[in-house]
Design a protein around this ligand. Structure first.
Ligand SMILES: N[C@@H](CCC(=O)N[C@@H](CS)C(=O)NCC(=O)O)C(=O)O
Length: 217
């Protein structure tokens, strides 16, 4: 496998998941920024649509193929570079981790996505207080569900994926950033905050953070 090229936007939580995973695996890669707001959105231009017909980031170019959808890319990374593992070995434990990832990538993120917000505003009547209520509800209820799942498993909150960060952390850390960005209170999620505290000073996470990206503003 040649070094992949990641089409990324510094603030995109979906691209950020993939950046963390590549870093945790120590996979050399290049980043090509795609600006989601400049000039009406570079992702909406023909050049990027030819890369990703869904007009979203991330996309990962590798050996003449273009992969899209962060969950598929994360699984491909895990299968291609098995060490260090980002999922536990036991099928049941893997299913628990994938459930946490799915709450974030299937249930929370699509409802806070910039494209979704833009569309809602375009409907008219969706003013700032309504948007805030929407974001607080969908982000908060998803995080509350994850916190409850962790509590039920007796998780203390350090690494969710096992003895080291894995796919759960790839999803949780960017989602907590998104929650803060949209002013969603986090004090009811101590396990998630403990996981975040355990991750943020690790080089794989520091290098993947929005502020460390070539397109950071
Ligand atoms: N399910 C996709 C979601 C990708 C996605 O929605 N990316 C956002 C940024 S986090 C995007 O490109 N938004 C631009 C838009 O919707 O116009 C994934 O996980 O890769």
């Amino acid at each position: 496998v040649n070094p992949p090229l990641l089409h990324s936007y510094f603030r995109s939580s979906a691209a950020w998941r993939v950046r963390i995973a590549l870093n945790l695996k120590g996979v050399a890669h290049a980043i090509r920024p795609v600006h989601l707001t400049r000039d009406g959105g570079e992702h909406l231009m023909d050049e990027y649509r030819a890369i990703n017909p869904q007009a979203r980031v991330p996309s990962l170019e590798v050996d003449g193929e273009i992969l899209t959808q962060s969950p598929a890319i994360l699984e491909w990374i895990e299968e291609t570079w098995p060490a260090p593992p980002l999922l536990p070995a036991a099928p049941l434990a893997r299913a628990h981790i994938r459930a946490i990832c799915a709450i974030i990538s299937c249930d929370i993120a699509p409802l806070q996505n910039s494209g979704t917000q833009k569309w809602l505003r375009g409907q008219g009547g969706f003013d700032d207080p309504k948007m805030q209520a929407w974001l607080t509800h969908w982000i908060g209820s998803g995080l509350a569900a994850i916190e409850a799942l962790l509590a039920r498993r007796g998780e203390t909150g350090r690494f969710i994926s096992g003895d080291a960060p894995g796919l759960a952390e790839c999803c949780v850390i960017p989602q907590l950033f998104g929650a803060r960005r949209f002013h969603v209170p986090l004090e009811d999620y101590p396990r998630l905050l403990a996981t975040e505290a355990a991750c943020t000073s690790l080089p794989a996470f520091m290098d993947a953070a929005p502020g460390a990206q070539p397109d950071a503003e």
